[in-house]
Write a protein that binds this ligand. Structure first.
Ligand SMILES: [Zn+2]
Length: 172
């Protein structure tokens, strides 16, 4: 099963198929399922964030903060996991001070569902591994960290209100 290293400890996988889709719930290694959310991006509708601009490049990041043990986990960073962000170098990672706390109807505690689509294996091999951009090199193992689609849905822990498509971005 393809699972990005930074999610290995925290993604409770509910769906996986060999074509390259991975979905599940984020659960802290301490067992807690409730998190605060910190993000960078542009709010383009209530409860949805898209790519933002930062220093002339694009940035889009989501981190979760465990409400039980306080540990922070990176979920997604366009500059590290996006096809366009990493391979085409359109992305930039922002510092923690730039991140904003997500709030929905005064609620700051969420449960998190995440769904990742990986690039098609054959296409990745042909277009990225065998023909990388100048000065870069990729191995077949890199496919796990370079996504073509990311969806993050949030559920308010108290009211149960859903923020579907908090992030819903094509990355290739
Ligand atoms: Zn925890």
């Amino acid at each position: 099963m393809l699972i990005p290293k930074h999610l290995e400890k925290i993604l409770r996988v509910s769906e996986y198929d060999d074509l390259g889709t991975l979905s599940g719930q984020i659960v802290c290694e301490c067992g807690c399922e409730t998190f605060g959310i910190k993000y960078f991006g542009e709010v383009f509708c209530p409860g949805c964030i898209g790519m933002g601009e930062y220093n002339g490049k694009y940035a889009h990041t989501v981190k979760s903060v465990c409400r039980e043990c306080g540990k922070e986990w990176l979920l997604y960073d366009f500059a590290q996991h996006g096809y366009d962000g990493l391979i085409c170098k359109d992305g930039i990672s922002v510092s923690d001070e730039e991140l904003i706390d997500a709030v929905a109807d005064n609620e700051k505690d969420f449960q998190i569902q995440m769904s990742i689509e990986f690039d098609d294996e054959e296409q990745f091999t042909e277009e990225v591994v065998e023909d990388p951009p100048d000065g870069m090199s990729f191995s077949p193992d890199d496919r796990v960290n370079i996504w073509s689609w990311i969806v993050i849905d949030l559920k308010c822990a108290e009211s149960g209100k859903m923020l579907e498509g908090f992030v819903d971005s094509e990355l290739a």
